[in-house]
Design a protein around this ligand. Structure first.
Ligand code: NAD
Length: 377
């Protein structure tokens, strides 16, 4: 379509009024906690109990504190390999006696009526094992991103949860952020015309030698850890998943650190109807952004795009309202609501599996020198 035949872009005033009245504002409002009484005493009016598995930096810095703000769920237990951490969490969160489990003990969660949801926050190489154990204990599961090391592992996790009759959700917190919801709304409602040219990057320079550089535990390098956010944003902007892609790994500048995983990788995703996304992720370069341009010359840009706080969006019509919601609290409350209401998660295991199919294909394309590959359905 030529620029002259492209749909007319809305005026700033018309766009802002849609933004205020439209899906994003309404949906975020609907995600905000309702008082427990609104459930008519379901679950005896108590909050659903969450057991955090793995008390590393994300549990300690984000999830534990967020569980103090949630209205529909609260911390009920922890699973850790460290009795000392267990004692500290018991003190900090006032946990009951017997609420500290070891990894080998996870089957005992089946007998703990205070735990409804198990939240897996261990390295990706352990997600499948811990999710399947939680499902076998009859608990609903939230699993952190990336869902597992491979799409095949994701299939096994989804099957185990289905067999146990429990729900499975992925820790995709940005689906609960108003700016990213606005990106999805623009994709769906096409205020700016179709979003066609997408570009994003997430990277930072690290010297840390932990599990993130270990192939068995991390599944890969920055693509698994942070590049996945660019894939997520691209699927949000395209409103669907890519059908094909090419990828290229860049030469390592610090090969002594990156002996098992990539240091920097770039990829080009092809969505149906010619929508393209060029993405880049690195453990050696600093960026945190996403941009979508429309056929008609409109655009939305988010930078920083993937942070816990301070996500900022703007469009060709001006800045989007800044909104520093607690993404983790909204995400966990939404899942508790799914359980209480019998509804489906907006970030289900199938979405985690989709992203792993894309990531598996990116690695395969890079390994084969950048050959174009279809993403398996
Ligand atoms: P971390 O290294 O700080 O914590 C990992 C925890 O797993 C530790 O408590 C560690 O003791 C435990 N663990 C159990 N078995 C282990 C083993 N064999 N080797 C290593 N650790 C083991 O990592 P983190 O930053 O808390 O990340 C944990 C998960 O959370 C990862 O999947 C990561 O991608 C995800 N994460 C998500 C976000 C987000 O914004 N959604 C942010 C950070 C991390």
């Amino acid at each position: 379509m030529s620029p002259s035949s492209a749909p007319a872009l809305p005026s700033r005033r018309r766009f802002l009024s849609r933004l205020a009245l439209g899906a994003s504002a309404a949906t975020v409002a609907s995600m905000l906690p309702r008082p427990l009484g609104a459930f008519g005493g379901l679950h005896g009016g108590r909050k659903l109990g969450v057991a955090l598995v793995g008390l590393g930096s994300y549990s300690t810095g984000q999830l534990g504190p967020a569980l103090r703000e949630t209205m529909h769920c609260g911390l009920a237990a922890v699973v850790t390999g460290s009795p000392e951490k267990g004692r500290q969490w018991t003190k900090d969160y006032g946990l009951r006696e017997g609420a500290v489990y070891g990894y080998d003990d996870m089957h005992r969660l089946a007998d703990d009526p205070e735990v409804d949801i198990v939240y897996v926050v261990t390295p990706p190489g352990l997600h499948a094992e811990h999710t399947i154990r939680a499902a076998k204990a009859g608990k609903h599961v939230i699993c952190e991103k990336p869902m597992a090391n491979t799409a095949a592992e994701c299939d096994a996790m989804i099957a185990a949860c289905r067999e146990a009759g429990v729900k499975l959700s992925i820790g995709y917190r940005l689906h609960f952020h108003p700016t990213h919801r606005e990106l999805m709304r623009l994709s769906r409602e096409r205020d700016f015309g179709r979003l066609t040219k997408l570009e994003g990057g997430f990277g930072f320079r690290t010297g840390n030698r932990g599990w993130r550089l270990n192939k068995a535990l991390g599944g890969g390098g920055p693509l698994m850890d942070v590049g996945i956010y660019v894939i997520q944003a691209a699927c949000m902007a395209a409103g669907t998943e890519p059908v094909a892609l090419t990828a290229r790994e860049l030469p390592k500048t610090r090969p002594e650190l990156f002996s098992e995983v990539e240091e920097t990788i770039e990829f080009d995703l092809e969505f149906p109807d010619g929508v393209r996304c060029s993405g880049r992720t690195s453990y050696n370069e600093n960026y945190n952004r996403f941009r979508a341009e429309s056929q008609g010359g409109g655009w939305i840009e988010i930078e920083p795009a993937y942070s816990y706080r301070g996500v900022r969006g703007r469009t060709h019509l001006g800045p989007l309202p800044a909104s520093d919601v607690n993404q983790q609290a909204l995400q966990m409350d939404a899942f508790a609501r799914n359980i209480l209401d019998g509804t489906e998660s907006i970030v289900p295991g199938e979405m985690g599996q989709r992203d792993m199919r894309i990531i598996d294909t990116i690695y395969e394309s890079a390994r084969r020198g950048g050959v174009r590959l279809e993403v398996p359905a």
